[in-house]
Design a protein around this ligand. Structure first.
Ligand SMILES: [Zn+2]
Length: 72
């Protein structure tokens, strides 16, 4: 017998699998956007003299200096 072994069709992702893939990408993108502009017109009340930074942490967008949460 020759040829190839037929395999199953790829299964669609479940909602949880899609979230696990997309959430890190989305939070990194949001952090990159927020680090470039002050979209929420936040007052500069940060311990960092240069103001808030935005980084992705555990799916949230937070300031690494004062732990302010910008996006959850
Ligand atoms: Zn801050």
């Amino acid at each position: 017998m020759s040829g190839f072994t037929r395999t199953r069709q790829p299964q669609p992702l479940t909602r949880a699998q899609a979230i696990a893939i997309l959430q890190p990408i989305a939070s990194e993108e949001i952090a990159a956007i927020l680090s470039q502009q002050d979209v929420f017109r936040l007052d500069h009340d940060c311990v960092n003299p240069a103001g808030h930074d935005a980084i992705a942490s555990c799916g949230d967008v937070v300031c690494p200096h004062c732990a302010k949460v910008f996006w959850r």
